[in-house]
Design a protein around this ligand. Sequence first.
Ligand SMILES: Nc1ncnc2c1ncn2[C@@H]1O[C@H](COP(=O)(O)OP(=O)(O)OP(=O)(O)O)[C@@H](O)[C@H]1O
Length: 911
Amino acid sequence: MFRSSTEEVTIGNSSDIEQSFESPVDQPSTSLPPVRQSSRLSSPSCLHGSGGASCSSYPGSISDATPIGVFGAKPRDHNLSERRSVASFMFTSRSDSTARSSTPYLRKTPGSAAPATTSSSATFTQAASVIVAVVEGRGLARGEIGMASFSLKCPELVLSQFADTGTYAKVITKLHILMPLEIVMSDTTSERGQENKLYSLIMENFSSVSFTAIQRKYFNEKKGLEYIQQFCAAEFTTVLMEVQNKYYCLAAAAALLKYLEFLQKSIYAPKSLRVTFRGSEQTAMIDSASAINLELVINNRDHRSEHSLLGVLNYTKTPGGERRLRANILEPLADTDTINIRLDTVQELLEDEELFFGLKSAIAHFLDIDQLLSVLVQFPKQETMNVAEAKILQVIQLKQTLEMVEPLKVVLKNSRTALLKAYAASLEDYRFERILEEIKRVINDEAYGTKNSLNMRTQKCYAVRPNINEFLDIARRAYTEIVDDIAGLVNQIGEKYGIPLRTSFSTTRGFFMQMKLDGVALPDGQLPSEFIKVTKYKNNYSFTTLDLIKMNDRCDEALREIYHVSYVVICQLLSVVHEHIHCLYKLSDAVSMLDMLLSLAMACTVSEYVRPEFTDTLAIKQGRHPILERIAGQQPISNNTYISEAGNFVIITGPNMSGKSTYLKQVALCQIMAQIGSFVPAEYASFRIADQIFTRIGVDDDFETNSSTFMVEMKEISYIIHNASDRSLIIIDELGRGTSTEEGIGICHAICEYLLKLKAFTLFATHFLELCQLETLYSNVENQHMQVQHSRSGESARETVVYTYVLSRGCSGERSYGIRAAEMTAMSPSIIQEAKIIAAKINQKLWAKNYSDPATRQQRAVHNLATRLLQTARSSRLDQESLRLYLKGLKKQYEAEIQMARDTVEMNTEE
Ligand SMILES: Nc1ncnc2c1ncn2[C@@H]1O[C@H](COP(=O)(O)OP(=O)(O)OP(=O)(O)O)[C@@H](O)[C@H]1O
């Protein structure tokens, strides 16, 4: 019944979604906050509050009485792409105002002015849609940060409040994770000439994101609390207990909601939003530089998201699932129980094929529930044709979404693990059925959403059941007649000229005619003059006639009537179901989580992963680099890792290209995978939960920019030193390469000694072999190296290096590999010879410094034995025989260390 008489279509888009009810909050014309423009604003218009001298309300503020829009500009449709430029135009301080799209992860150092962005790279489907308000405490509360964020695609207000250091690394990291479309701050932070540090850092790190300044008075915590009481849906009101004394996030919420009200031309329904508070305690922090270094969401070389950790794990089917996976990768869990619950589910999915495939097909058909909810809980202030059309589509989508709940429940019915059972229980909510019943009373059973533009139009026309509204039925009859007339007209014209015509449809042109040129003899060799607006694409002519245009106008008129009446009927329906609609939050949560867990399970079927354990040791047997595995298409060489409190600092040496950086990243990536609840690429894996993951890895090896490279690495390392804790995982690669060898060694040595005092697990790769001496000084240091082999072949019998990528105990025996690498090039032999002599002399001097004091060595041996025995007693699960062998090995190792100490005494005496 829903087919139109004309079948030819082109695919079109559906329009924005809005709706209209009365505003539950203050009327904007009297209460909205004037906005300050900051110094770099480019728009000169007084009406836009730009700070022109003649503007009465400046500097910065826009008079409340300004007739067009309270923020001093006419509100426009909150279409995403348009929004960015609107924001730039009206409020932002961007001097460039280029309105580039926000990058998923900017390539920046925390607190540094590092260059470049990863821009176009992302194939990741998320566009920036989050508006964030940030406020900082003053006076003694400086450093206390309140944040409130709201996605235009999901009606959730997320609050957070935390203490940050002077580098504001936490704020910057959180903002990077949110991928903001726009950042809102108080005007006092950006006053010309008095910009505060947080503002400056945000400007520096988010240069492509719109910025809006709002008067400080709108960051009002009392108002914030009131708004939350007013808008928070009943099931989320426990958040009030969490935030009632968190003044800064409440203040940010007040400013943000006020701003959104203006921006969206619409108001959120009372008790309609999900409000959550996210403290930092339950998640591990990965700073933005580390996220880039580790290629969590974007590959640094080819800038493709497929070749990132997200790409490796992303088999999600829904936008919500993908968003959740991304957020988890950037901010993994830090709570063992929650991670284990997720791992149980992944394991169940892997063991139960029926559940896996059943769930996969049940999830695959869900639309973006967050987005749907976000429009359903908004009240647009006026009805337009677009608004009406969008509302009809929303109800069709709501029906489709609710129809998918039952199949999902059926699949989850026999699940065993706690999480799946919990989701199954949450879907038992009676409201799903209630809403669906109501909808089905008004909406046709067969109504569905489709991408085909003509079909979609027909679906919308006939969405409301017949006999519900008399006028609607009449308008629909009129519409059908006109469409039939159009088909008749086209046939007539075809017969008149003896040419085969088709009726086609596109959203922009409406109905038009098309003709294939192949084998068609035109009268007089050309198109009849009656045909107008002719376009040609390949072998196809498209055109229309004046009569057809008139008929299209009549068609539109009938359609307007249909949409209007349908809109009225649907608004009545929505007012009935509105109070139950918040069960969709549960559904959205369930679908996105299930989708993410399915994706993690799917990744295990593609590659061989193992379930990780959580202990006080980082132990990985035959671990592999997950991204290298994906890119290379074959298994990379695997390696073992063992870090415990007894040996929590590993120094890794080895020549260039031997695989050090790859190994370091592999460990960090496995740790992150484990902490999001994923299996890991290894034969066995045990992790100690990390509260923070730090990396200092040179992304590129641009030796031409030595000075800036050095500054960047110093900033990164000082950030690590200031923020690392005993529970952190620290990855440092090639520190000190941007300065002289002596200085580099000195800096590395001092930094190592500082980090050695922490119980953090540290992996430190270096070319400075001198640092291996730390093992003799500190009991918790362990040397490892990347093995290489040498071979001579060919007539010249030149030595070639074979990289094994295998990690072994001890310091690398490789010397002068830089010179050997140079030897392989066309460098003159005399220069190489000279270089060898000089290097040998310098080496002799450096190695002559004897770090090893026999007493320290003995102490270290005793300490090593004691801690290993303690650890074995605490957490060993070896059987009796294995334990005996292990203890025997420990004894042997202890004896060897003591013997080495004795040898040193003898050597020193002889000297
Ligand atoms: N485990 C592995 N299995 C297979 N290939 C590997 C492995 N590790 C590294 N490689 C390959 O070797 C190349 C060099 O590795 P990597 O950059 O990690 O070496 P490096 O020792 O850090 O070098 P440099 O000291 O010059 O920075 C990588 O691009 C990768 O393709």
